[in-house]
Design a binder for this molecule. Structure first.
Ligand SMILES: *Cc1c(COP(=O)(O)O)cnc(C)c1O
Length: 363
């Protein structure tokens, strides 16, 4: 039996450090916006190489607040992809803006940078590229279009902690980089959490106001904000996990390389890699022309799997008002029927990878 995801093997390796961190917070008498959050923000900014990090309640909220502080609102259009799940689209809608989709590259399933220009209208203000599955998008191409067309860039790094583009961490290229600490993510809390990173102290200060009703150390609303805080317990846990993040990402890369090697020359293909980048392998995604047969074999062998994501967002009922129909983004639509995410998490044993590949190969 190999589960699709399990936080416990990774947790057990650092159990005493986690217990100490939790006890430290509970003994401190401070549960909200104290030393742990401040220290985590500093340490996380240091990890990605940004000037500032601001802890918030989730990756989705990180996107919402980032869009808000750069001034995106009703009447504005924001470009993103339809194959990265609902959160980026929900964030765009939360600020009252309109999502406009760009199809993805058939090899990598990342935003097709060649199609961005075609999606730009006079109302377009921003691009939200998603470093999907942990693989960086072509940031040079995106920044070139953004500069030429005067668009802002908010990077969705929810799946890409530790991924680099030309040697630099993702999240440091756009105006703001948005991370999720949802438990399954590369840096996962034991609850919800997220963060924005930015090199702009002004944007960071505005994010701090936004996450607590516009308060600036007082109970006076200096601007309209929301309640979206990272709590002290999650921050303390994340501080422990951050010290192990380079090692756990190296482990993910080794497990992914093992999958690639074991699957070589077979009909089940990993996604293509982007040159000049280091993939952080939040997910190990393969493509198959016969997914039902694959999932049946895995089920018989007691092996878990995921599909990220079966339904492109532009065809979901909730977004019918955008007026899309099947065929509008054909690569995103086809991918939803072919992709399969194999088990990959901290503490997954290398021989579990072998068992997964073996199960897939039995005819
Ligand atoms: C997980 C995820 C989010 C949202 O993060 P939450 O912390 O769950 O709100 C946003 N974008 C992508 C691509 C994600 O995978």
């Amino acid at each position: 039996m190999v589960p699709y995801f399990d936080y416990r093997p990774g947790y057990r390796r650092i159990q005493t450090e986690i217990a100490d961190a939790v006890a430290r917070v509970l003994d401190s008498g401070q549960l909200i916006l104290g030393e742990e959050v401040r220290s985590f923000e500093e340490e996380f900014a240091g990890f990605v190489g940004a000037r500032r990090a601001v802890g918030v309640n989730s990756g989705t909220d990180a996107l919402v607040l980032a869009l808000r502080v750069i001034g995106i609102g009703p009447g504005d259009e924001v470009l993103t992809v339809a194959n990265a799940g609902v959160p980026p689209v929900a964030a765009i809608r939360a600020v009252g803006a309109t999502p406009r989709f760009v199809d993805v590259d058939p090899g990598t399933l990342l935003i097709d940078v060649g199609s961005i220009e075609d999606a730009i209208t006079p109302a377009t203000r921003c691009i939200v590229p998603v470093h999907l599955y942990g693989q960086p998008v072509d940031l040079d191409a995106i920044l070139t279009v953004a500069r030429a067309r005067n668009l802002r860039v908010i990077e969705d790094c929810a799946q890409a902690h530790g991924a680099t583009y030309r040697g630099r961490h993702v999240g440091t290229f756009g105006d703001v980089g948005c991370f999720s600490f949802y438990p399954t993510k590369n840096l996962g809390a034991f609850g919800d959490g997220g963060a924005c990173v930015t090199d702009s102290p002004e944007l960071a200060d505005r994010l701090c106001l936004q996450r607590m009703y516009g308060f600036d150390g007082d109970r006076y609303a200096h601007c309209e904000g929301v309640n979206s805080r990272l709590d002290e317990l999650q921050a303390a846990i994340l501080r422990v996990k951050l010290t192990h993040l380079d090692a756990t990402i190296a482990e993910r890369r080794q497990l992914a390389a093992r999958y690639v090697e074991r699957l070589a020359d077979g009909p089940i293909r990993p996604l293509e890699l982007v040159e000049g980048t280091e993939h952080a392998y939040h997910l190990f995604v393969v493509r198959t022309g016969n997914r039902p047969a694959c999932t049946q074999r895995l089920e018989r062998a007691g092996i878990g799997f995921g599909v990220h994501y079966p339904d492109p967002v532009h065809l979901m009922t909730a977004y019918a008002f955008l007026g899309h129909r099947e065929g509008d983004f054909p690569v995103s639509e086809a991918a939803g029927k072919e992709i399969l995410s194999l088990p990959l998490y901290d503490g997954l044993e290398p021989d579990a990878v072998d068992r997964v590949v073996h199960a897939l190969r039995i005819d």
